[in-house]
Design a protein around this ligand. Structure first.
Ligand code: Q0Z
Length: 293
């Protein structure tokens, strides 16, 4: 949308070039479910995710790519762009992306549960026997993945990751990722929220290893209401469960094109994203909006 060179599109995010050193990182209101982008957007979803990333960048105080949320420092942004992009965009330091998704899991769910149930895989090599779906792990595990050609992340073993990155970088990424997970999950627990797992990305800039991308958002993390967690059972996700349940009651076969969402479902999903922001940050979402435009 802005008159800047477009660098990359993700399913729900866009990256533009500001200059050689800086990128504009934009979270759209697009939503995916079962890996398909839905036809409707969720108003303010991008601002909720950006607000959560900003909250955790400030809270964690770990070296990261965020330069500013203030778009007046960006040449070529019109007043209309500022209305559209404000609150959903970060000006970030351009980094050399480390080609590994740094996943940390505190609970056994998703692809890791499927590997475990089916006899083990890259993410389960350090796990004891006898765990059940959604169990809390004895300690958080670092389970890196690579972006496969399919667009789906592919879990890789510790020794594959060490070969790819070298032992020093592997250990640095593992230590930093687990440290951030432990701090964020303690923080969330105090709000009655379980951070089941999360994914970080890192990059190098000026010889420094920085946390990049979005951090600790519902799109990069699995957040559960603590009172709905029961080992052995599926746990409803905070944000997307509502839209998934509506989709599950249609005859959609989970291949594109998906059915159109009714306005009531769009509104209900938006409320759940706003509620997730407020519950996790302890701040009002409308205060964030007011300060961002
Ligand atoms: C992140 C992605 C997409 C959103 C590249 N600070 C940075 N420096 C260099 N590259 C990146 C970042 Cl964040 C970077 N991605 C992932 C792709 C939309 C995020 F199309 N790709």
């Amino acid at each position: 949308m802005p008159a800047l060179p477009h660098i990359a599109s993700g399913k729900v995010r866009e990256i533009y070039e500001v200059d050689t050193e800086r990128l504009l990182f934009v979270a759209t209101d697009r939503i995916s479910a079962y890996d398909v982008i839905l036809n409707q957007t969720i108003p303010d979803k991008g601002r909720v995710l950006t607000g959560l990333s900003l909250h955790f960048f400030e809270l964690l105080d770990a070296p990261n790519h965020l330069l500013t949320m203030d778009l007046s420092s960006v040449p070529g942004i019109s007043d209309d762009d500022r209305m559209e992009l404000g609150g959903r965009s970060m000006v970030v330091r351009r980094a050399e992306v480390v080609p590994v998704e740094c996943v940390v899991r505190g609970y056994l769910y998703g692809s890791s549960w499927r590997e475990y149930r089916d006899g083990g895989g890259p993410t389960t090599e350090h796990l004891p026997p006898g765990l059940v779906l959604a169990d809390r792990l004895p300690e958080p595990i670092f389970t890196p993945a690579t972006k496969a050609v399919t667009g789906h992340d592919e879990n890789i073993t510790e020794s594959e990751t060490r070969s790819l990155l070298g032992d020093d970088l592997y250990e640095e990424l593992r230590n930093r990722s687990i440290d951030i997970y432990l701090r964020a999950s303690d923080y969330a627990a105090a709000k009655g929220v379980i951070l089941a797992d999360t994914k970080f990305e890192f990059g190098f800039s000026g010889g420094e290893l920085l946390l990049i991308d979005e951090v600790l958002t519902p799109d990069s993390s699995r957040y559960w209401p603590a009172d709905e967690w029961k080992p052995g059972q599926d746990v409803p996700s905070f944000d997307k469960q509502y839209v998934r349940e509506w989709l599950d009651n249609t005859d959609w076969d989970r291949t594109a094109p998906p059915p159109d969402l009714p306005d009531t479902i769009i509104e209900g999903t938006r409320s759940r994203y706003v509620e997730a922001y407020e519950r996790i940050t302890g701040k009002g979402f409308y205060d964030y909006l007011a300060g961002s435009r």
